[in-house]
Design a protein around this ligand. Structure first.
Ligand SMILES: Cc1cc2nc3c(=O)[nH]c(=O)nc-3n(C[C@H](O)[C@H](O)[C@H](O)COP(=O)(O)OP(=O)(O)OC[C@H]3O[C@@H](n4cnc5c(N)ncnc54)[C@H](O)[C@@H]3O)c2cc1C
Length: 470
């Protein structure tokens, strides 16, 4: 049953729990697709955060002082009244009563639904080992003072306050996790005036997205800016005051690092507390089908709290694709199901351009095309399998990133432009007629370029979240 309300019935019939990026975009898409931009049913969105909806992605530029908090707001309060949407903020949903088809909030509101969308996103995951005095479970919600994640506006406010007070200690901050989020946090805090040490468990930064060379270039650039980076850093123990305040870490190699503020960006945990308690089928996240439908025919899940064919999400692009499907499905418009697809990643640190998509670890028979201009600081590594692009790493000049990503997704045979592909990727791809993708050709002539497949047998594969895996 779709959420069309019966005649004259003003009972809210579509509820969205969570008012983050996915929920807001879904609302906007529902409005855009509705006849005369009038939603056909009453809609309530329940947000735990007290703010108007904002662009979470822009929290990094906000921390770095490159934008203002007001510029992050995606819609003002009157947008909701204009479209007849009831917005509840600062009042988390605390129970889904599936039998009564009703959602209860912390303040005691009980709101009935005909359709429910769960869009509760993720929480930062605490790095292991957990501080000794915390319950030894990953879902510990109360982080000890001195240790925090980087997820919402309140976190940025806290980090900005720490920058103003020199982290209440000696001006030192630690960031644990050298993925995209950790790097953006570290650069933001450094720009805020703190002495920042970044700890990365892997032997290189962004180990899910970058190969050794690109990661080395990145590390060199960040170190020259003043960031201290320690790779191969394995956490042994937290340093704490008797009152339980985190004051640093001890590494397995015996080094102790002291800091007034420690940011953990070592992964995310889908927020599925309500869904699980309501008995919905969950693995790592709420399990949904291609129309984002959960195991309950009245309940959908969307964004970082859902899981499609075993995959969870940590980047916005697949979530936008999910919204296209879900909005049409809710409005009873025909739509093909959502399908998982390759993703591209970029770092939002000003002055550093990198682009990565597809696979990182070459198969033994893959060709690895490598170009490097030391003077300009440009680096390109293209991974070809059967004359088709399967992985891209760009550092410096990333202008060809999108064109390469499109070729990768389309599975376009690149035989005709092989000679120009590495030196002038964008121009070479532009020359290609729209070549239909099909089964791989006989690979025929092998590359004359460097094949490094056997040199890096331990590389990770597809980058797919904004954070380093926990
Ligand atoms: C600092 C930062 C930078 C990022 N940069 C990028 C980037 O450059 N590119 C990219 O692709 N991705 C980026 N991401 C990831 C991107 O922001 C997320 O993928 C996206 O926000 C996920 O949307 P969502 O709606 O699923 O979750 P969220 O945006 O987290 O929204 C979930 C909302 O649900 C609320 N909620 C949870 N439980 C309840 C409850 N019980 N009741 C009511 N409300 C509840 C939460 O408070 C939150 O407001 C970044 C993330 C961060 C934190």
């Amino acid at each position: 049953m779709h959420p069309s309300s019966s005649t004259g019935d003003t009972t809210p019939s579509l509820i969205i729990i969570g008012h983050g990026m996915a929920a807001q975009k879904l609302l906007e898409q529902l409005v855009a697709l509705s006849p005369d931009r009038q939603l056909p049913w009453a809609v309530t969105v329940i947000g735990e955060e007290p703010h108007l909806p904002y662009n979470r992605i822009q929290l990094s530029p906000l921390l770095a002082g490159e934008t203002q908090a007001d510029d992050l707001i995606s819609q003002q309060a009157d947008w909701f009244s204009l479209h007849g949407i009831t917005r509840i903020s600062g009042d988390p949903a605390c129970q889904i009563d599936r039998a009564a088809r009703c959602v209860e909030t912390a303040s005691g509101r009980r709101i009935p639904y005909q359709r429910l969308v769960i869009a509760t996103g993720s929480r930062p995951a605490l790095p292991l080992p957990l501080p000794a005095h915390l319950p030894q479970a990953l879902d510990a919600n109360d982080w000890p003072p001195g240790l925090m994640g980087f997820r919402d506006l309140r976190d940025v406010e806290q980090m900005q306050a720490a920058c103003r007070t020199g982290a209440g200690h000696d001006g030192n901050a630690l960031v644990i996790g050298g993925g995209l989020l950790g790097l953006e946090a570290a650069e933001g805090l450094r720009k805020g005036g703190l002495e920042v040490t970044l700890l990365q468990r892997s032997e290189r930064l962004m180990n899910r997205q970058l190969d050794d060379v690109a990661a080395g270039l990145l590390e060199q650039e960040l170190s020259e800016r003043g960031l201290e980076i320690i790779t191969d850093a394995h956490l042994e123990q937290w340093l704490e005051t008797p009152a339980g305040r985190i004051t640093g870490v001890r590494l397995k190699d015996g080094r102790e690092l002291h800091a007034g503020l420690t940011i953990a960006s070592t992964g995310i945990r889908p927020e599925i507390t309500l869904a699980r308690a309501a008995g919905l089928a969950c693995q790592r996240a709420v399990q949904v089908d291609g129309h984002l439908l959960s195991s309950d025919p009245h309940i959908h899940a969307l964004g970082e709290c859902c899981e499609v064919e075993g995959e969870t999400f940590g980047l916005i692009e697949p979530i936008w694709a999910q919204i296209e499907v879900l909005a049409r499905h809710l409005l009873e418009q025909a739509t093909p199901p959502y399908r998982n697809a390759p993703l591209a990643t970029r770092l939002k640190v000003s002055g550093i351009d990198l682009y990565s998509c597809g696979e990182l670890m070459p198969h033994p028979t893959d060709e690895v095309l490598v170009y490097q201009d030391h003077a300009l600081g440009d680096y390109r590594r293209l991974l070809l399998r059967d004359e088709r692009l399967v992985g891209v790493v760009l550092y410096g000049d990333v202008s060809a990133g999108n064109a390469l990503f499109e070729a990768l997704k389309a599975g376009t045979p690149l035989t005709a432009i092989r000679n120009d592909l590495l030196l002038m990727p964008a121009q070479a791809l532009a020359q290609l007629d729209e070549t239909p993708s099909g089964p791989p050709n006989d690979p025929g002539g092998r590359a004359t370029h460097q094949n490094t497949a056997s040199q890096h047998p331990d590389r990770d594969t597809t980058p797919d979240t904004f954070e380093e895996a926990a």
